[in-house]
Design a binder for this molecule. Structure first.
Ligand code: EPU
Length: 421
C-alpha cells in the first residue's frame, strides 16, 4: 500500500490536462456486451476501477486489448453470463453489466455490490427498472439472478428518495435499447456521463431521444453494431484542479475542463471570489484576494456534484467565516471531516450538513484516506497546509484519479509516493 508525503507549498502554477472521465468510461465499457461487433473506447483513464471493469468483461468472454488509453474490445466467443462477487464487490459500476446481459443473453447472475464507506448504496431502482421491462429477478446468496425471456418496452419512473440514479439509468437504458417496443424512462439521470453513454448507444444503432434530460425515450432495435468513441473529459478531476487553484493561489490552466459540465461548480467558486476565465477547451483559475465562505448543497446534475463535496469542504475549511455544506445525495459522505480536523479544520456535523468555521491555515498531519473523493480533499488540504502531511491508504485515490500526484508535481507541488510497510 502506498502513501503520499506532502509538503505544503502554498502555490501551484502552470497547465494541467484532465484525463478521460472514469464515470463515463465504466458504464460505456459494459456496452460491448450488447453487440458482436468490435468496439473501441479512447481516452480511458488509467485507474484501478477501469482495470476491474476490464477483468469483468474478460470474464464475460469479451476479448480486450488495452494500448495506453485506448481499449479495443471484441465481444463474442465464450458467452459468460456470471459476474461473481470477487470481481463485483470492489466496484459498484460493475453492476451495470446486468442490463446488457439480460437484454442480449436473456439471463444473468451478477453479484450484489457490497456496502460502501460513503453510505448505503442500494440497487432497488436498477431492479425496479429491469423488472418493469419484464425481467424475472431474484436475489439468491448475494447474487441477482435473472432471466428475460420476453422483455417489453414500457414507462418507468426511476426517481428514488435521493433523486435519479446515474448507474440505475445506465443499466435500464442498456437493457431497453434491445427491448421490443417503446420504453420511456422518467426521472432519468441527466449527468454528462449518462449522455455520453447515450451517444455511444446511438452510434451502435440504438434509437434513443432525450439522453441527458430527465425523460429518455427508447425504441428497441433487434441488433446493435460496434462503436468507436472518445470518452468525455473527467469533470470531477477538472473540478478538483479548479478547487486546488482556488486553495493554492498562483495561476492554473485546467485543459479539458468543460465549462458546460461544471456550471454549479464555477458558480460557487465565483461566489467565493475565485477568478475564472473560460477558454476554448480550458478554464484558467486564479486566486486574487481573500476568499469568501459559501454554502453548498449537493444535488443530482446540473446541481453541485457530490463527488466534489469533500474537495469544496477542504476549500471552505481554509476560508475564514462560516459555510454550510449539505449533502443531499449521500447523507453520510463526511469521512473527510474527521481527517481534516486532524489538520486543524473546525467543522461540526449537524445531520446531513457540515458546518465549517474556516481558519486561516491548516497544519500538516498524518491522515488516512477513506474513499476516493475524501482522499482528493486530503491532498488539497495537505498541499496548502503548513508543514508536512502523510496521507495513508492512497489506493483509494488510485481507484479514480489517473496519476494525480504526478500531475500535481508538474505544477510545483512537493509530493512523494512511498511504499507503506
Ligand atoms: N440510490 C437508490 N437506489 C438505487 C440507486 C441509487 O436509492 O437503486 C440512491 C443512492 O443511494 C444515492 C442516490 O440514489 O443516494 C444517487 O446514487 P446513484 O445511483 O446516482 O449513484 P451511482 O450511479 O451508484 C454514480 C457515480 C458516483 C457518484 C454518483 C452520484 C459512477 C461509477 N459512480 O454512482 O461516483 O457519486 O453517481 O453522482 O458513475 C465517485 O466517482 O467517487 C463516485 C462515488
Amino acid at each position: 500500500m502506498d502513501k503520499l508525503i506532502v509538503q505544503g507549498t502554498g502555490r501551484l502554477s502552470g497547465e494541467v490536462s484532465v484525463s478521460g472521465s472514469k464515470n463515463a468510461s465504466l458504464p460505456i465499457l459494459a456496452a460491448p456486451l450488447l453487440t458482436d461487433e468490435p468496439c473501441e473506447l479512447r481516452g480511458v483513464p488509467a485507474v484501478r476501477d477501469v482495470a476491474t471493469m476490464l477483468r469483468i468483461l474478460r470474464h464475460l468472454g469479451v476479448r480486450v486489448a488495452a494500448e495506453g488509453n485506448r481499449i479495443r474490445m471484441q465481444p463474442g466467443g465464450y458467452a459468460g453470463v456470471e459476474a461473481p462477487y470477487r470481481l463485483v464487490s470492489t466496484m459498484r459500476a460493475s453492476f451495470c453489466v446486468l442490463g446488457p446481459l439480460l437484454a442480449r443473453k436473456k439471463r444473468a447472475s451478477v453479484s450484489l455490490p457490497g456496502g460502501c464507506v460513503i453510505g448505503p448504496r442500494p440497487v432497488d431502482l436498477h431492479l425496479k427498472g429491469l423488472t418493469a421491462l419484464g425481467a424475472k429477478l431474484k436475489v439468491e446468496q448475494g447474487n441477482v439472478i435473472g432471466t428475460a425471456r420476453r422483455l417489453r418496452g414500457t414507462s418507468i419512473y426511476l426517481g428514488g428518495a435521493f433523486g435519479s440514479s446515474v448507474l440505475g439509468t445506465a443499466n435500464v437504458l442498456m437493457a431497453a435499447v434491445l427491448t421490443p417496443g417503446e420504453t420511456v424512462i422518467e426521472s432519468a439521470a441527466c449527468e454528462p456521463e449518462l449522455a455520453d453513454l447515450g451517444d455511444v448507444l446511438v452510434q451502435m444503432g440504438a434509437k434513443i431521444d432525450g439522453h441527458g434530460t430527465p425523460v429518455i425515450r427508447i425504441r428497441g432495435v433487434r441488433r446493435l453494431g460496434g462503436f468507436r468513441h472518445q470518452v468525455i473529459p473527467d469533470r470531477i478531476e477538472a473540478g478538483t484542479f479548479l478547487v486546488a487553484g482556488a486553495i493554492l493561489g498562483g495561476e492554473l490552466t485546467v485543459r479539458g475542463a468543460r465549462a458546460e459540465h461544471l456550471g454549479a461548480v464555477l458558480d460557487k467558486l465565483r461566489q467565493a471570489g475565485v477568478g475564472l476565465t473560460i477558454r476554448e477547451g480550458a478554464i484558467r483559475v486564479r486566486r486574487t484576494g481573500r476568499l469568501k465562505p459559501v454554502d453548498v448543497t449537493t444535488l443530482p446534475y446540473p446541481g453541485f456534484p457530490t463527488d466534489l463535496q469533500a474537495q469544496m469542504t477542504a476549500l471552505m475549511a481554509q476560508t475564514p467565516g462560516i459555510s454550510v455544506i449539505t449533502e443531499k445525495i449521500y447523507p453520510e459522505r463526511f469521512m473527510h471531516v474527521a481527517e481534516l480536523a486532524r489538520m486543524g479544520a473546525r467543522i461540526k456535523r449537524e445531520g446531513t450538513s457540515a458546518i465549517v468555521l474556516g481558519v486561516e491555515k491548516l497544519s500538516g498531519a498524518p491522515v488516512m484516506a477513506s474513499d476516493l473523493r475524501a482522499s482528493a480533499a486530503l491532498v488539497l488540504a495537505a498541499l496548502s497546509a503548513k508543514g508536512r502531511s502523510e496521507i495513508a491508504r492512497v489506493y483509494h485515490l488510485d481507484r479514480g484519479y489517473d496519476r494525480i500526484d504526478e500531475k500535481f508535481k508538474r505544477l510545483g507541488a512537493r509530493i512523494t509516493r512511498v511504499k507503506e510497510r
